[in-house]
Design a protein around this ligand. Structure first.
Ligand SMILES: [Zn+2]
Length: 410
């Protein structure tokens, strides 16, 4: 198969099958292994942000209320509150802050590269993913005492919508009986249970919705696989343990050891460490994981505007779900060491002086559709270089007869 790219440059092109790109054989054990499973492989690269396409998580918002409708926002107030809450949470996802701890750290501030999108599901389109429910048994969140229901999932099971693909955020009041008790503290609190999130204290305080963006980002952080950082090992070296101060005070230890990390309990909750961001994207990239199902799969279909042009030396040691074609330009050198999804009908193109190095790569379309394959371009005697080291798989491409394919002309 020949695709001419214009006579003036005398470039010809062929599409390779994996067998044809086997130019180097190397012992797989000599090379690094296991990078696909570590958060560091998924941290966005500030020099090539487009290599980590933005991920959009579906969310919906439920306002739980008593039958007399006295205990939560409803109607247009509920809709405005939900929109403001998610907008504020998104704003802070887009405005990551420098970590406060450890003291004197030089931890980089990376973009999170994920956002929420309020989503309705089939049959609920007119409601825009914001729902009000009235149920005297299930409306409240009790954080203390005999009636404590923090970990109870009944409200999620009864009113959840699209739990396999949408993060369901339940805004629940404290129970009016609890509130009457002097010993019961009406505070903001939350819990993540699977893809459901229960949060409380929002209606009672009368504060603006944006005041709770940290609570929402914290609980959704749990849904995406993040853990608290202050007391135990959260799997990240850049989130040290600390005394979990709410804010900076004049007294030790909170004079110097107050955290601002989203996964702690503090007044800020606006810093995500590189490892935490990497973890979220590692979980989204895991094909069998829960987090992936919550993401709008923009990687299925080709968006040519999202084509990635590699012009320098880059290594992709974590999985990637691309939304456009992948073009390795002259002088570009791309190493792929993990899963790489190319959108339907998309292609990989290697310029005559470009190099694509594959080691333990699996190149496919993550939605089970076909992509076009690897196009190698030739100028005179110079041909794009595809190095097939070991353990590679290419899937979801048309099967080409090798002899016809090789007949390129010039
Ligand atoms: Zn938590």
């Amino acid at each position: 198969m020949v695709l001419s790219l214009g006579c003036s440059e005398q470039i010809s092109q062929l599409i390779l099958s994996l067998e044809e790109v086997a130019t180097v054989e190397q012992d797989a054990r000599q090379l690094d292994q296991g990078t696909c499973n570590i958060p560091a492989s998924y941290q966005p690269d500030p020099d090539h942000l487009e290599h980590s396409p933005m991920k959009y998580l579906r969310v919906n918002v439920h306002f739980m209320n008593s039958l007399d409708s006295a205990n939560n926002y409803q109607g247009s107030k509920a809709r405005a509150f939900a929109k403001e809450l998610i907008e504020a949470a998104n704003f802070y996802l887009g405005k990551n802050h420098k970590m406060a701890l450890p003291v004197g750290n030089e931890t980089p501030v990376l973009p999170t590269r994920y956002r929420y999108r309020i989503t309705s599901s089939r049959g609920y389109e007119k409601q825009n993913g914001i729902y009000c429910h009235y149920d005297d048994q299930l409306f409240s969140f009790v954080t203390k005492g005999r009636a404590r229901n923090t970990y109870n999932r009944d409200v999620i099971k009864r009113f959840g919508i699209g739990l396999d693909s949408i993060i369901n955020v339940f805004i629940m009041p404290h129970h009016p009986d609890s509130v009457k008790s002097r010993s019961y503290k009406v505070t903001e609190a939350g819990v993540a249970l699977g893809s459901g999130v229960k949060i409380t204290g929002l209606f009672e305080t009368g504060k603006p919705a944006s005041a709770y963006r940290g609570l929402v980002n914290h609980e959704i952080g749990h849904v995406l696989g993040l853990r608290h950082t202050w007391s135990s090992n959260d799997g990240c070296a850049d989130t040290p343990k600390h005394p979990n101060c709410w804010n900076t005070t004049d007294e030790p230890p909170c004079d110097s050891l107050a955290s601002n990390n989203v996964m702690d309990y503090n007044a800020h909750q606006f810093a995500y460490s590189p490892c935490q961001i990497g973890k979220v994207h590692a979980n989204i990239s895991r094909e069998s994981g829960r987090a992936r199902k919550l993401v709008v799969p923009n990687w299925c279909n080709l968006d040519e505007k999202k084509t990635i042009y590699v012009t320098d030396s880059v290594t992709w040691s974590g999985a990637k779900d691309l939304e456009g074609n992948l073009v390795i330009e002259d002088g570009g050198y791309l190493k792929v060491n993990c899963r790489l999804s190319i959108p339907k009908d998309g292609f990989i193109s290697v310029a005559p002086q470009g190099t694509l190095e594959l080691f333990k790569a699996r190149i496919h379309n993550a939605c089970g559709d076909q992509w076009q394959g690897i196009r190698v371009n030739k100028r005179g005697k110079t041909e794009g270089n595809v190095i097939n080291l070991a353990g590679n798989k290419i899937e979801n491409v048309p099967i080409l007869p090798p002899s016809d394919n090789r007949n390129t002309g010039s």
